[in-house]
Design a protein around this ligand. Structure first.
Ligand SMILES: [Zn+2]
Length: 472
């Protein structure tokens, strides 16, 4: 990115005396000077009479978190959640989101103008879109979505979620991958990897075997073998099509084993997991509040995911945020009656910091997976995902020692529960700067929403470390 800044430019805001975590560089003690929404200078003892100063002494300054995996509009209207859920995001240190758009039947041309408008007028965070593709017509229109709306990532479900989305068959998947690949090597095919037939069978068997049960039983409705097999299939089809496969929300050790083997075989693809999987296991006392698809699993799977994240087999971390109200989540309706989907934007960064510390994962690595890696994959680096001169001034200032008990009300999304409810987490944001403005401070929103939808232009293939390390 070109550096548009004159050194003499007046600064609007100085973040002073913090310890910066810069992905790929490390921990750096420096001030950040901000002008016109961009980072203008990094240095020591920055001073300017007219600039506002945020004293970050004793604090850690991270690039704004990029959660590449959220859903909006499952509970309330898209427009309403574009405001409420991004409010929870910015309070939690998330400054950019990747939104999986949903239109089961219609062309996205009918909906994209409204989706863009909502993000430009109501959102606290910046956003990129990943339209979810269900029909041949939508596949045919992918080049149009790219051209007119700057969409360069698309999602396919190998297994549907009853009442929410339907699955696509392998022929549709292959056609979709080929179409995504035709956009260029920067385009991404995101896939929910679970083999539909295995899930359908497992679900109906579970209903017979266990009309009632606990969260731990929910794992049986989504066996790990279905995830592992689907990853294998998706990898093969993506290879044939020449598409960059992005495995969303990896949840199991068996899935991770397939990923490791494929990497050793030289496959180039990207893998994501989520903070609910990293922080919550299937014996959690919050029970069905943590019901999601794929499910949170046993501690053994969780440990495997942490190993994968640490070693770089898993490249990015998101939330799969699908906000609901308790009244529709219905945890009291039990194993088969309670609904999947949970809010996780407000707890994303605290959960990553808290459980990452317990697992002994270095802070720089946690931050890398939540900022630079997804920004590279989705073509918005270095505008996002780092702290560098010329980058957007999106920063989260963290008190690594602050301990708070999670309470849905404090998170300020639309949900009246959190799957992390009652857990004491260590490491919370104390301020979030978005586009050069302090928008959240000490748990309160202190400025107007200034989020923007980010259309993406076609670009070169991203330089991904995990591509370079794969043998060719
Ligand atoms: Zn999702």
């Amino acid at each position: 990115m070109a550096n548009r800044y004159e050194p003499s430019k007046p600064l609007d805001l100085i973040v002073r005396n913090g310890t910066l975590v810069i992905p790929g560089v490390g921990l750096v003690k420096a001030d950040v000077g901000i002008a016109e929404g961009k980072i203008a200078v990094l240095g020591s003892n920055l001073a300017q009479r007219t600039a506002e100063v945020y004293d970050a002494t004793g604090r850690t300054v991270l690039p704004g978190i990029f959660d590449p995996h959220i859903h909006l509009g499952n509970e309330q209207s898209y427009e309403s959640e574009a405001e409420t859920e991004t409010r929870a995001a910015i309070l939690g240190g998330v400054t950019t989101v990747g939104i999986f758009l949903r239109s089961l039947e219609d062309s996205y041309f009918q909906h994209l103008p409204a989706f863009c408008k909502a993000m430009n007028e109501r959102s606290y965070v910046d956003s990129v879109f990943h339209p979810q593709i269900f029909s041949e017509q939508q596949i045919e229109e992918i080049p149009g979505y790219a051209e007119q709306y700057g969409n360069r990532s698309f999602k396919f479900y190998m297994s549907g979620i009853p009442g929410i989305v339907k699955s696509v068959t392998d022929d549709v998947l292959l056609h979709g991958f080929r179409t995504v690949a035709s956009l260029g090597s920067d385009a991404v095919a995101c896939v929910h990897c679970e083999t539909g037939a295995l899930i359908d069978k497992a679900r109906s068997e579970l209903k017979m075997r266990k009309p009632e049960g606990t969260l731990a039983d929910w794992e049986d409705a989504h066996p790990a073998v279905a995830e592992a097999l689907a990853i294998q299939t998706a990898l093969y089809l993506a290879k044939i099509a020449g598409a960059h496969l992005y495995v969303v929300h990896l949840s199991s050790r068996q899935g991770l084993d397939i990923v490791r083997a494929a990497r050793r075989a030289g496959m180039r693809f990207t893998v994501e997991t989520t903070t609910p999987y990293l922080g919550i296991n299937s014996s959690d006392p919050n029970g069905f509040l943590a019901k999601m698809v794929p499910p949170v699993r046993t501690p053994e799977h969780q440990t495997a995911l942490w190993e994968g994240l640490r070693e770089g087999t898993i490249n990015t971390v998101g939330t799969d945020n699908t906000s609901r109200a308790l009244a529709t989540k219905k945890p009291e309706a039990g194993l088969h009656g309670s609904r999947p989907g949970l809010p996780a934007l407000g707890t994303h960064l605290p959960a990553l910091l808290h459980y990452g510390r317990i697992r002994g994962v270095p802070l720089e690595l946690l931050v890398e997976r939540a900022t630079r890696s997804p920004a590279l994959v989705y073509g918005i680096y270095p505008q996002k995902g780092t702290i560098a001169v010329g980058s957007d001034a999106d920063l989260v200032i963290v008190d690594l020692e602050q301990e708070r008990t999670v309470c849905a009300e404090d998170l300020q999304g639309m949900s009246d529960f959190s799957p992390f409810e009652g857990k004491r987490l260590r490491g919370w944001p104390v301020a979030t700067i978005k586009g050069g403005e302090i928008v959240a401070r000490d748990g309160k929103i202190v400025a107007k929403a200034n989020g923007r939808y980010l259309p993406r232009k076609s670009g070169p293939a991203p330089q991904l470390e995990w591509f370079a390390s794969a043998q060719t």
